[in-house]
Design a protein around this ligand. Structure first.
Ligand code: ATP
Ligand code: MG
Length: 569
């Protein structure tokens, strides 16, 4: 391990293991006795899609921080924009967060619960001359806003009287005006170097049905207006958000200050997770779903939590990954290989081993008695002695993986070849004597002999073989379907250079193999059950698997095959 003082790659400088700049801020606040020594965080998703791995980072950070400092955390839906929000998303997000292992107990909130309170606060600001109703169109507002180098100009409505503002705002709420006719703006400073402070919009007229409040509201509060107030109402101590909100912090503080909250939450920004070979944005993920490029939000190729769950990723793997990537201020992209590594690491510990042959080649053991079947003991997981063992049937006709045989094998080839002996895992030493071909010259069968003195796969005379291969018994194996998933995109940064990100979709992101031959017990796999198919990879029983039609998703290969082809580590 590196010394605690050595800067870790990709992390904020001098971060000791497990520490980060946010924890340092929290610890300093605790030392100074701020917030009566409490830590209270929240995760504030907008229910406009399914959660992705970037949101998992935010959940682990927000909730993990509260757990570590014996604080509490809220789940709050930021449901202020009803056009793309729905109950389906609210429910899936809760399911995903629970699955990740977090429990917000009774602290489930919705920004829409505060709509009345927010409205009253806005009226207060109007009365104090700190907000006004503006009739500029969206295009005019953009023009009046100015640029990074030029100050904005005051709207002609900026000096509307308090009475008139109150009247118009009440009528906006009552639904008297069409969408876009007016907005309510905070009156701050049109010349501020920070564009967010140039009289930001607090309310828009939207005649839209809301999944919780129905048709009660005809105006909806903006993110900026809602977020800080919600944090202050809930007495959040540390409000963590991604760096694009850094420039919004002065506005966040301005609102909380003007409303006069005694409790002032502290906004702290961190870099969002970027992951290569995928896209992390609900908008883009929605596009993939809506254009049918994937089967749904829980397609096992999606970087959503529901997709990863179906693919066979475990909560522990995702949490370990989130811990390992750390927290910093500077944007960076994490290699997909790191996530896959965390998945392999956990599955290696928890997944039971089974044998399955994906591309079968027949083997006949000519000196094995016809009709005889032996049940051989097979270890379920060499990494976990509590996992025990099972038996697998062995008989005269077997199948092995086609690529475990080579007719003209080089010296260093340790699998099956004419005249060579290998170990059939858990079974016997087996020698290949004869290769049977069809009329086209394709190898269709191998005729072999076994050494009865090597039962279990070990020779008593100390004779060694270099190769071990897996197999299934022809008469006992069950046919099944395996979906061989790969990365969703072929490019590390899909859509780079302005092309449509969908052009970079990997045409081979799923390969369907319905001729796999499975060890019999695999027909009994429960949906979601995880396995290592010996020498092939990790697989997860799909939600649609059943005894008549076993169906498995490849979670991840045994080794990182992308490292050679482009993924860097
Ligand atoms: P998206 O662009 O995917 O819709 P978002 O920021 O609009 O993301 P929200 O539902 O508003 O989605 O996000 C909820 C919380 O998750 C916010 O605090 C946000 O900062 C955080 N978050 C979103 N994306 C990431 C990411 N890639 N890495 C870390 N945190 C993220
Ligand atoms: Mg958002």
């Amino acid at each position: 391990m590196s010394s605690p003082n050595a800067p870790e790659k990709g992390r904020e400088k001098d971060a000791a293991p497990g520490s980060n700049f946010i924890r340092q801020i929290v610890e300093e606040d605790l030392r100074q006795g701020k917030n009566q020594g409490k830590v209270h965080t929240r995760f504030p998703p907008e229910p406009n899609g399914y959660m992705h791995i970037g949101h998992a980072k935010s959940v682990c950070l927000n909730f993990g921080l509260a757990e570590d400092y014996k604080g509490v955390y809220n789940l709050r839906f930021d449901d202020t924009n009803p056009t793309r929000e729905s109950v389906e998303f609210v429910e899936s997000m809760q399911q995903d967060i629970r699955w990740l292992g977090f429990d917000w107990e009774d602290r489930l909130y919705f920004a829409s619960d505060y709509f009345e309170q927010l409205y009253e606060m806005a009226v207060e600001l109007i009365k104090r001359g700190l907000a006004y109703v503006d009739s500029l169109s969206a295009a005019e507002m953009r023009e009046y806003r100015g640029t990074l180098t030029e100050p904005g100009r005051n709207s002609p409505d900026r000096d509307r009287s308090v009475e008139e503002n109150l009247d118009l705002f009440a009528r906006m709420r009552a639904g008297e005006f069409p969408d876009g006719a007016y907005v309510l703006r905070a009156k701050i400073d049109m010349a501020s170097p920070n564009i967010n402070m140039r009289d930001p919009v607090m309310y828009r007229i939207m005649h839209v049905h809301h999944h919780r409040v129905g048709d009660t509201w005809k105006i909806y509060p903006s993110y900026d207006w809602t977020h800080g107030q919600s944090d202050a109402i809930e007495k959040i101590t540390h409000s963590l958000c991604t760096v694009e909100f850094e420039d919004h912090r002065p506005l966040y503080n301005w609102f909380v200050e003007q409303i006069g909250f005694e409790h002032k939450p502290r906004q702290i920004e961190f870099a969002p997770l970027g992951l290569n070979y995928t896209v992390l944005s609900k908008r883009r993920l929605r596009e993939l779903v809506e254009t049918g490029r994937v089967s749904g939000w829980d397609d096992p190729r999606m970087p959503t939590i529901s997709g990863m769950r179906r693919r066979g990723y475990t909560p522990a793997a995702i949490r370990n990954f989130c811990e390992r990537i750390g927290v910093a201020k500077a944007n960076s992209t994490v290699d997909m290989g790191m996530l896959e590594h965390a998945v392999r690491e956990d599955l290696n510990k928890v997944a039971q081993r089974r044998m399955a042959v994906l591309d079968p080649l027949k083997v006949v053991i000519t000196n094995y008695p016809e009709g005889q079947v032996e049940e051989l003991e097979a270890v379920n997981n060499p990494e976990d002695e509590n996992a025990g063992s099972r038996t697998v049937p062995f008989s005269r006709e077997l199948y092995i993986e086609r690529n475990d045989f080579m007719e003209d094998a080089p010296k260093k080839y340790f699998r099956l070849a004419p005249g060579r002996e290998v170990r059939f895992k858990f079974a016997y030493y087996i020698t290949c004597n004869e290769v049977v071909k069809d009329a086209d010259g394709n190898v269709v069968e191998l005729r072999c002999t076994y050494d009865p003195a090597t039962r279990g796969g070990w020779s008593e005379d100390g004779r060694r073989v270099k190769g071990t291969i897996h197999w299934v018994s022809a008469q006992h194996a069950e046919r099944g379907t395996v979906l061989l998933y790969d990365r969703l995109f072929t490019e590390p940064i899909p859509g780079r250079g302005g092309r449509d990100f969908k052009e970079d979709l990997n045409p081979e992101s799923v390969v369907v193999n319905d001729a796999a031959l499975l060890e019999p017990s695999l027909t009994q796999a429960a949906p979601g059950e995880l396995f290592q198919f010996e020498r092939i990879g990790y697989f997860c029983a799909d939600k649609d698997t059943n005894a008549a039609k076993p169906l498995f998703n490849r979670t991840v290969t045994l080794r990182d095959t992308w490292a050679k082809t482009g993924g860097k580590h």
